[in-house]
Design a protein around this ligand. Structure first.
Ligand code: SAH
Length: 346
């Protein structure tokens, strides 16, 4: 990358218009370029054919487009696609396309590596190298939208921030990316089709509530008992369940938006009725939905999926208490594309 040149997608539309005025051109050129960058996802200045050669050369001298590149695309036997995405500084993240009969969901990354230390997650073994920029998040979505059109004949319908990284530890950029994803000048998707999944950063959850964001929130809970949660998600020692719960109560009071909890039941860790009762108690304050997700083994035996009996026990307890519950099967396991398996192995 040429370090003297600026990343053109860090500029707002207004800044682009000002750039053209400063260089003796009409401001509307800024709108044209903005459209190329975001709506048409241009990878180069060359393709901007409604600009003169001279203008394109001027852009070339001043700016770069740090577009991502899909390096490797792997297809699972169940239709899931995993992209290994190369960034302009040669770091790699992964994103996943998950097809069902009626939808295509993009699972995107928000950081290179992860700042958290969940012991059951493969990504936690990669050091957090850096946050992704808004355009790098946006590009992952566009790449999957294109693949969805190409392989499934339909556009992308949903987006989940459940790839690598903790989105709320890169909140500003995630928010900017979602703005572009939902703007008519970007992909024009409804924010209701976007889920941000977090291990729970209470301060940021409150901020999101204050900003009245329109996307959905999912919380990776896995245990509603501090001691157990800290043993599997060590950062819980600093962001305790009481703080998390208070922030979620605040979120619900402001947004009236149902909270989804992601929860894996592991043998000998959180598979007793006491664990399920704590979960029921934790979610009791607002309409909630619990997704019991299948564990995707990442190591030799330390964590094991609980028995069907234990899962049934959870389902019964939750349903009895009016909590919506779904049991989720994994997708894309054969290509290491399932939850918690993203670790740049390819
Ligand atoms: N940091 C965010 C998003 C990334 S993880 C978060 O924690 O929500 C996406 C989901 O996969 C989370 O619910 C996470 O707890 C879950 N997960 C991580 N490792 C897993 C594994 N090995 N098997 C199943 N789910 C896993």
């Amino acid at each position: 990358m040429d370090t003297k040149k600026k990343d053109i997608r860090a500029l707002t539309k207004e800044q682009l218009r000002e750039f053209f005025v400063a260089n003796g051109e009409k401001p509307f050129r800024g709108n044209q370029v903005y459209e190329w960058l975001w709506q048409k996802s241009a990878h180069s200045f060359e393709v901007m054919t409604n600009l003169s050669m001279k203008t394109r050369e001027m852009l070339e001298t001043n700016f770069v487009i740090n577009h991502i590149k899909v390096d490797v695309m792997q297809k699972s036997s169940d239709g899931t696609i995993k992209n290994a995405v190369r960034l302009h500084d040669d770091l790699v993240v992964e994103s996943v396309l998950i097809p069902t009969k009626t939808r295509t969901t993009a699972c995107v990354s928000s950081q290179v590596g992860c700042s958290l230390d969940c012991r059951f997650c493969a990504t936690s073994r990669l050091k957090r190298m850096r946050n992704l920029n808004p355009d790098e998040i946006y590009d992952q979505v566009v790449a999957i939208d294109n693949e969805s059109r190409l392989y499934f004949g339909r556009p992308l319908s949903n987006i989940v921030f459940m790839g690598m990284g903790e989105p709320l530890m890169n909140y500003k950029n995630v928010l900017k990316a979602i703005d572009k994803i939902t703007a008519p000048e970007g992909l024009g998707m409804s924010p209701k089709r976007v889920i941000v999944s977090t291990s729970g950063v209470p301060k940021i959850i409150k901020k999101m509530a204050d900003e009245e964001v329109k996307f959905k929130l999912a919380v990776s809970l896995h245990s509603a008992i501090d001691e157990i949660r800290t043993s599997i998600m060590p950062f819980n020692a600093s962001f305790t369940l009481a703080d998390l719960r208070a922030s979620l109560q605040y979120w619900y009071a402001k947004t009236k938006s149902r909270i989804t909890y992601e929860y894996v039941v592991w043998k000998g860790i959180n598979d007793s009725p006491k664990d399920a009762a704590a979960l029921v108690e934790f979610c009791g304050f607002a309409p909630s939905k619990v997704n019991l997700i299948e564990y995707n083994p990442i190591d030799e035996g330390e964590f094991q999926q609980a028995s069907d009996k234990a899962i049934d026990m959870y389902v019964r307890m939750l349903e009895k208490n009016g909590i919506v519950v779904t049991v989720r099967r994994s997708r894309g396991k054969d290509i290491d594309a399932a939850c918690g398996q993203l670790a740049n192995k390819s």
